[in-house]
Write a protein that binds this ligand. Structure first.
Ligand SMILES: C[S@@+](CC[C@H](N)C(=O)[O-])C[C@H]1O[C@@H](n2cnc3c(N)ncnc32)[C@H](O)[C@@H]1O
Length: 220
């Protein structure tokens, strides 16, 4: 009998299995230190109020942090296992925190859940970008910039390692910068992260904004 092929990383089944098997080596058990330090102390850190999405939120540590800081946070993941763990760690849906099971690339599902174009003040990226096949990065960036209100922000910790294969797929900081700028986002911060864990060298931290007024030549 032929065993069925393992689910691809573009399917929730792959991630469900990893959470169930405990092969979730990305898990930090807390918000990523460079993101937490930036949000708590950096002079350019976005301040509440605001509605902020964490795509591929996993166990939800960044979403819970955003709620604690005063934002209305939405932790989105297409893995039911991830969200079950997020709920058990951080509690059920409430005014300041909501868990949403959906594929980030399913525009209809996002709209049905109230995530229409321009509906978000901010997005916090942590190891979702590197979990998505590099061929879909343009889609990821287009989705993020579509969801942000003009003036909205993307705060991201990007793992710019050079190892072959993935996930986590590596990146080149210059390529990430070119892709985000190409979608019309403007950097306020883009630099090697400080305070990364030893096992996560090569992280870059960025704060990008969607301009208040369209930039000529951009359709994003
Ligand atoms: C490497 S894990 C990181 C989880 C969490 N951000 C963390 O750092 O602990 C990537 C997460 O992204 C989720 N994911 C991957 N592709 C997705 C997609 N297209 N839509 C929604 N979630 C996705 C996976 O289910 C997984 O929970």
């Amino acid at each position: 009998m032929n065993a069925s092929p393992p689910p691809s990383t573009a399917e929730p089944g792959h991630w469900d299995q990893r959470y169930r098997q405990g092969t979730d080596a990305w898990e930090l058990g807390r918000p990523a230190p460079p993101l937490e330090a930036f949000l708590r102390t950096h002079p350019l850190a976005p301040r509440p109020p605001g509605r902020v999405l964490v795509p591929g939120c996993g166990r939800g540590h960044e979403a819970a942090l955003l709620e604690a800081l005063g934002f209305v946070a939405i932790g989105l993941d297409f893995s039911g296992e991830a969200l079950a763990e997020a709920r058990s760690l951080h509690g059920p849906d409430r005014a300041g925190l909501r868990w949403l099971q959906a594929d980030l690339f399913d525009q209809q599902a996002l709209e049905a859940a109230g995530l229409a174009a321009g509906s978000l003040t901010g997005i916090v990226e942590h190891t979702c970008f590197c979990a998505i096949d590099p061929e879909r990065r343009e889609d990821y960036i287009a989705t993020v910039s579509r969801l942000l209100v003009p003036g909205g922000w993307l705060l991201g910790l990007f793992w710019c390692h050079r190892n072959p294969g993935g996930p986590p797929w590596g990146s080149d900081p210059e390529a990430v910068e070119a892709q985000l700028s190409g979608a019309g986002l403007v950097p306020a911060v883009w630099e090697p992260a400080t305070g990364s864990l030893d096992r996560r060298p090569d992280e870059w931290l960025g704060l990008w904004r969607r301009p208040l007024h369209p930039v000529p030549g951009h359709h994003g």
